[in-house]
Design a protein around this ligand. Sequence first.
Ligand SMILES: *Cc1c(COP(=O)(O)O)cnc(C)c1O
Length: 219
Amino acid sequence: MDISENIKKYKSELPDNVKLVAISKTKPNEDILEAYRSGQRIFGENKIQEMTDKSEKLPEDIEWHMVGHVQRNKVKYMAPYVSLIHAVDSLKLLKEINKRARQNERTIQCMLQIKIAEEDSKFGIDAEEAKGILNSESYSKMEHVKVIGLMGMATFTEEEDQVRSEFKYLKSVFDKFKDEFPELKELSMGMSGDYKIAVNCGSTMVRIGSSIFGERNYN
Ligand SMILES: *Cc1c(COP(=O)(O)O)cnc(C)c1O
C-alpha cells in the first residue's frame, strides 16, 4: 500500500465539502505518520485504549475521531482530547460525555448513529429516538456536548441498490432534522467499499480505512 498516494488520491477525488476521516484502527503509528506527512489530519479509531495510546505518541494537531461503539465507563479516557464521537446511541451516553467534557473544560462534538442496515449487529437508534434525544430537556441543558450531525452504516452487501436506498433514507432523515435542528451539519456515511455511493447520496464525511492503509490483520 502506498499510503501517501492513497491520501492524495482521496483528497483530489472527494468533493470539497466532504471530509476524509482516515480510519487507522489496528495500524501502526508509522502508517499514521505517513498519512500525516501527506497532509491528513483527521484519523478515526474504534477502540478507546488504542486511540489514547496513539494520541499520546503522535502529533498534537491530529483530530481524533471515535467511530466505534462507545462504552460509558471508557469515555473518561478520551474526554481530554477526542474531537468528534461518531456513534452516540443513547441519552445516557451523551450525559456521560457531557460530564467528562466538563471535567476537562471542553466541549466535545458528537453525532447520533442511526440504524439503517438490515443486520442486527449494527448499532444505532431510529430517527424517532434521535429526535427524542435532541428535543429532551436534559440535552438542552448540556453545555459540554454538541451534536453536529448523524452517522450511519449501510448493510455489508454487494447489492448496491440496497446500500443506496439505506444511504438515501439517512439523507432524508438528515434533511428533515436540519430544518428542526440547524446545528446539524455533518452526515457521516461511507467506508472503503461504499463511499462513492455515500457521497452521491449526500455524505459530508467518509470513513476510509482499508483502501488507504491496506487490509487489517486482527491477530
Ligand atoms: C473500520 C471502520 C471503518 C472503515 O472501514 P473500511 O472498510 O476499512 O474503510 C469505517 N467506519 C467504522 C465505524 C469502522 O469501524
